[in-house]
Design a binder for this molecule. Structure first.
Ligand SMILES: [Zn+2]
Length: 158
């Protein structure tokens, strides 16, 4: 453990939870359904420890779920969870910043945003200068997102 990401171990674990037996097909059965930042370091299916940026993936065919690290999600499944984590880092550093399109779509799909908030975020995505009321709204949404990704906070629908 500790020295990187064991692709073979990850692949075997994912294949065991997939319907397809061919890796290239099997990996397409999976989607990203949740992300969180662990309070306690976790272990990836590849054996890598520690992981903090946890991605929950679900298989659309078998309905199995698995938790793997952000790095493996991107590298081996080709899902861009890294872009969502990048947005989270940005707003944590500066609460006045905006999320990015990947994060807005993801959190909307997860049921975290109201339709109004979803529209608001789209309208203000690239805007650096906001009215005081708009700034307050953006910051409130950002805080909601940050608390949602902390390990115990996220209660999105399945
Ligand atoms: Zn991994």
């Amino acid at each position: 453990m500790g020295e990187g990401h064991n692709f073979k171990q990850l692949r075997n674990a994912i294949l065991a939870l997939s319907q397809a037996s061919d890796w290239e097909v099997a990996r397409k059965e999976w989607s990203l359904v949740d992300i969180s930042e662990a309070d306690e370091p976790d272990i990836c299916l590849c054996g890598h420890f520690p992981i903090i940026e946890i991605c929950t993936i679900a298989n659309r065919v078998t309905r199995h779920r698995a938790e793997i690290g952000n790095r493996c999600v991107k590298r081996f499944l080709g899902l861009r969870s890294d872009l969502i984590f990048a947005a989270i880092k940005r707003i944590r550093k500066d609460i006045t910043k905006s999320l990015n399109a990947d994060a807005v779509v993801f959190f909307n799909e997860r049921g975290l945003l109201t339709p109004w908030e979803y529209n608001f975020l789209q309208d203000t995505l690239a805007r650096r200068v906001l009215s005081p009321a708009q700034s307050a709204t953006r910051e409130n949404i950002n805080r909601k997102v940050l608390s949602a990704v902390s390990r115990r906070g996220f209660q999105g629908p399945d």
